[in-house]
Design a protein around this ligand. Structure first.
Ligand SMILES: N[C@@H](CCC[C@H](N)C(=O)O)C(=O)O
Length: 237
């Protein structure tokens, strides 16, 4: 079974190619728990019919229906292996079909349509609960560097079963984000679905491109006619 390491703006993954071999959910979970200690999650590469399928597991051994930075990594893998030769790449996930392309900044994918944000307050943090393939609580703060992301993020995550994004507004098109990630149960260096959720809640002025400054680098959220696209780097390390 071929296994490779990738990082996507600081999110760290193993890519496990099981196109020619099936694994049960229990076997996948067992593999993840045994092999992903210093990774955020594992992408299993499968083929269902004529389509490739991304089955994402967080490092806690539990499946999540989607992973934005993982999907960008998955696209690069399909191109790198030659599984897909076309410029536009399409594959399926438990959150629906994903399409995307390679760009000068790395990989850009069309993200799942965000759900309608619901305003709620948790532990005195006012924020928005929405899903971009996976659930996020987005809360705007004065200075993300002053937030105890580990402990506050953990308390909010447990109450909402969601990823927690602490967002600082830098200017009208730039956000600085720190994320406590569900299933990693810690702060991660980036979160693609979180960047998209945060930019979606923030973007009331119809800005075409929002840059998010993550601990692991930059992500770009593009608001286009046909949907929202996430762009950023992916490295095979
Ligand atoms: N960092 C990922 C999010 C992966 C899934 C998340 N941990 C969850 O369980 O909801 C991303 O880039 O979207």
């Amino acid at each position: 079974m071929k296994v490779e390491k990738f990082t996507a703006t600081g999110n760290t993954f193993l890519v496990c190619d099981i196109v020619n071999k099936g694994l049960s959910d229990e076997q996948k979970s067992e593999f993840v728990l045994k092999n992903s200690q210093n990774r955020d999650g594992v992408l299993f590469v499968e083929k269902k019919g004529n389509s490739y399928f991304m089955d994402y597991f967080n490092k806690d051994g539990k499946r999540a229906p989607f992973c934005g930075n993982g999907a960008r990594t998955f696209l690069l893998y399909l191109k790198k292996t030659g599984y897909v030769k076309s410029e536009k790449v399409k594959f399926n996930t438990y959150a629906g079909e994903v399409s995307g392309i390679l760009t000068e900044n790395g990989v850009m994918i069309k993200m799942p349509e965000p759900t309608r944000p619901k305003q709620i307050t948790v532990n005195d943090f006012n924020g928005y609960l929405l899903s971009v393939g996976v659930p996020h609580f987005v809360t705007f703060v004065k200075n993300v560097d002053e937030i105890d992301v580990l402990n506050i993020g953990k308390m909010i995550r447990i109450k909402l079963d969601a990823n927690v994004n602490f967002v600082q507004i830098i200017n009208k098109s730039t956000l600085k984000i720190r994320t406590f990630e569900r299933g990693v149960e810690n702060e991660t260096l980036a979160c693609g679905s979180g960047a998209t959720a945060s930019a979606y809640v923030f973007n009331t002025n119809n800005i075409k491109k929002i840059t998010t400054l993550e601990k692991g680098g930059k992500l770009f959220v593009h608001f286009q006619e046909d949907g929202i696209y996430l762009e950023g780097g992916v490295e095979n390390v």
